[in-house]
Write a protein that binds this ligand. Sequence first.
Ligand code: ADE
Length: 228
Amino acid sequence: MRIDIISAVPQLLESFLSYSIVQRAKDKGVVEIFVHDIHDYGKGKYKQIDDYQYGGGAGMVMMVEPLDKLISKLKSERDYDDIIFMTPDAPVLKQALVNELSLKNNLMILAGHYKGVDQRLRDLHITREISIGDYVLSGGELPAAVLADAVIRLIPGAMSDETSALTDSFQNDLLAPPVYTRPPEYKGMKVPDVLLSGNHQKIAEWREQQAEKITREIRPDLLDNPSL
Ligand code: ADE
């Protein structure tokens, strides 16, 4: 998979892209990530990329032209499966969409900044808009990193243990059951006997029951509205 991330503050993405699962995936060649600085396409001597909002109102708006030039150039070089704009005024990201996106070849992610992006840019190029939750962050870089991380870890070869992604919370509309490792007892607290029993069927049943119990307590909405 190839992911192009478009940002006005590429430095914010540097550490995310050079550590952990993302770096491992890049080293293994399962993903290539390119970050593009919008300022490279900015207008005039000062490489301007934002301007005042027509009609008045607080906050600067990202101009259509620099983004259009950058996105058009990338689109002329390859076909993109999706050109995604990270924005709070969009449907909230769910695991089902992450699964779908992990099967794509070329994704472009626009990390917006300031008050927003000129609507004409959205109309011209954006094929999908995604929010990472009902709160507003100061920019789209963290949301872009969240989306990229969630997608990359599902690409075959990105994780050392591939079955582990399938047992994540949300993969079956349930939260994940509790997990334990050594020692079997700590400060008087014991690992549930069933996990030490070696009986795989019993263990699977216990995990299923725990997942349901925890989901009912913490996120009953997942049981009432599966895959929402
Ligand atoms: N940009 C600012 N806040 C955001 C959010 N909640 N989701 C996606 N992009 C954003």
